[in-house]
Ligand binder design. Structure first.
Ligand code: ISL
Ligand code: CA
Length: 553
């Protein structure tokens, strides 16, 4: 069969929208599809050419839409199918593609399949889920596996002696991918959206879909007990190849897999075009550089060297095999301002960070608000957070003597809600997001950080991102050129070179609050600087200075 894939994703710059918090047009405090339509010109002006939309499917919203009760319909407060079709066509008119979130490791417990499955033992839907007999006549779960939100991974089905597996909240039962009927259902829903014109999918926790079938207890860990049984399971690659063969190969679409704690080899295998699985993956090794074991509550001090090392490994790992995704924020990560070596008080630090990740090899993503430097929410109290994960971890940690209070502060600092406060369009009461009190509190920095301000200030982070996006579009070296890290062991400088036959592009960013020397500058000429956050250049790098040199060979 002819390959109809144009690999457009390699030239894409993707903007992630978290629909709840983007723009509310009917004043119910929740963002909506019409709100997205209103802001498409804003996105077009920024220069992005693809949107990843977090889930908009019908859902009881226990995990903000990552718990889907109907894959073929829209959550009514967000709009309806007509709104969706209008949004898609307005995007396409502007040269913006759309990728949808695909959440198929689990459904909502309110999905019809699950309701049938637990109602009747002989229902064909029973085997859509992972249901096992508990130990001790059903008094204890089948094994000691733990899920991602700090709890045991099994919940008992009413008065029975059986339990169902859920790696997230108990309202998110895991699907049984061993059952070929489940895989057929997934293929059908993929085709439904692709036939409507959608351009691809961001595949939620996709490396969890295959589970080792022994269902035995594992050695207890501090977090994620049993992970060897459910992360990168034995049939993962087989399942993804099947989706590719039966669906993705027939559309000019792209896929990016969210792969939590995936191994180097798995990341290669998932993205190697010859294997026909996914186009790219989100590797979190660099965003985990300020914690231990990939668990954000095990917080540790950020070190630029560790961050660089992990990004460098990601880059090198996929050379000649697959394609990287490039990101520093998303709806699960706290904001990058004040993280990854940057400081709130100096926007130049965010510009340094922007350059550092954006011009690496791969497709860059920008999370809503990142382009204006939105900050963390600075929550003071657990009651101000809405996220089920924060609330769960808080509830569990309260029971642990002595460390309860310390953990509370860590939760407030790392809560996913930091990224989920409403997009700030202006400095009005609710930041121009809504005329009524939004579902979650508005960021207290709204008067300083908002879109209106950013558009008025020619030195804003917004215009800096716009420049980076244009630069990437105009320079094939950034898309297809080779990559090599420079100053690998320097704790203050992030530098690398991108190169092809025609050009050498050198990126140098300082993460120091002081002026620092950099020997690379000796061989470079100021007139070759094409992007910088400083107008005048000295012999040394100024605090948080970043420079991009383009040298014709
Ligand atoms: O945010 C995390 C930990 O604090 C991650 O472990 C996160 O739960 C993991 O990356 C999976 O995330 C995805 O699936 C979840 C959903 O809650 C997240 O929003 C989603 O991005 C379950 O669907
Ligand atoms: Ca609304």
């Amino acid at each position: 069969m002819n390959n109809i894939h144009t690999n457009w994703y390699k030239k894409a710059v993707i903007y992630q929208i978290y629909p709840r918090s983007f723009l509310d047009t009917n004043n119910d405090g929740l963002g909506d599809i019409k709100g997205i339509i209103c802001k498409l010109d804003y996105l077009k002006d920024l220069g992005i050419n693809c949107v990843w939309l977090s889930p908009i499917y019908d859902s009881p919203q226990k995990d903000n839409g990552y718990d889907i009760s109907n894959y073929l319909d829209i959550y009514p407060p967000f709009g309806n199918m007509d709104d969706f079709k209008k949004m898609l066509s307005e995007m396409h008119k502007r040269g913006i593609r759309l990728i949808m979130d695909l959440v198929v490791n689990h459904t909502s417990d309110q999905h019809q399949w699950f309701k049938e499955a637990i109602k009747d033992k002989s229902s064909p839907y029973r085997d859509y889920y992972i249901i096992r007999k508990g130990k001790k006549n059903g008094k204890k779960p089948p094994n000691n596996w733990q899920g991602f939100f700090g709890e045991g991974a099994w919940t008992r089905i009413r008065e029975s002696d059986e339990y169902y597996l859920h790696l997230f909240t108990k309202e998110q039962p895991d699907l049984n991918w061993e059952n070929p009927k489940v895989r057929e259902e997934v293929k059908n829903l993929l085709k439904f959206w692709l036939d409507l014109g959608v351009d691809g999918f961001r595949c939620d926790v996709i490396n969890l879909i295959s589970k080792k079938q022994d269902f035995k207890s594992r050695f207890p860990l501090l977090a994620l007990t049993g992970k060897d049984a459910y992360i990168n399971g034995p049939r993962l690659h087989e399942y993804l190849h099947e989706l590719y063969r039966d669906v993705f190969s027939q559309y000019d679409c792209m896929t990016v897999g969210e792969t939590v704690l995936a191994s180097k080899q798995d990341n290669i295998d998932l993205t190697d075009p010859a294997r026909e699985e996914l186009d790219m993956i989100f590797n979190f090794s660099h965003t985990n550089s300020d914690n231990y074991l990939g668990v954000k509550y095990f917080y540790r001090k950020f070190k630029l060297n560790c961050f660089k090392k992990r990004l460098n490994e990601q880059q090198i790992n996929l050379v000649g095999h697959g394609w990287n995704s490039l990101f520093i924020e998303n709806h699960d990560q706290r904001r990058s301002v004040g993280r990854f070596g940057t400081v709130e008080e100096d926007i130049n630090s965010s510009k340094s960070l922007a350059v550092s990740y954006f011009l690496l090899q791969g497709t860059p993503f920008i999370y809503q608000g990142q382009e204006i430097g939105m900050r963390n929410a600075h929550f003071k109290n657990i009651d101000e957070t809405e996220d089920v994960e924060s609330k769960n971890i808080f509830r569990i940690s309260k029971k642990i003597p002595f460390i309860g209070k310390r953990i509370r502060n860590v939760i407030l600092e790392v809560s996913r809600d930091n990224a989920r406060t409403p997009m700030i369009w202006d400095n009005s009461t609710y930041g121009g997001f809504s005329n009524v009190k939004p579902w979650i509190r508005v960021n207290p920095d709204k008067d300083i950080v908002n879109v209106k301000h950013s558009l008025e200030d020619k030195d804003s982070l917004y215009y800096f991102y716009k420049k980076l996006i244009d630069f990437r579009k105009d320079n094939d070296t950034i898309i297809n050129g080779s990559y090599r890290m420079l100053k690998e062991h320097n704790p203050n400088i992030f530098a690398y070179v991108r190169e092809d036959e025609q050009y050498r592009i050198i990126v140098i960013s300082s993460f120091s609050k002081k002026e620092i020397k950099c020997s690379l500058l000796n061989q470079l000429k100021d007139e070759d600087i094409v992007i910088s956050n400083f107008e005048n250049h000295k012999e040394k790098l100024q605090p948080f200075e970043t420079r991009v040199y383009k040298i014709k060979k």
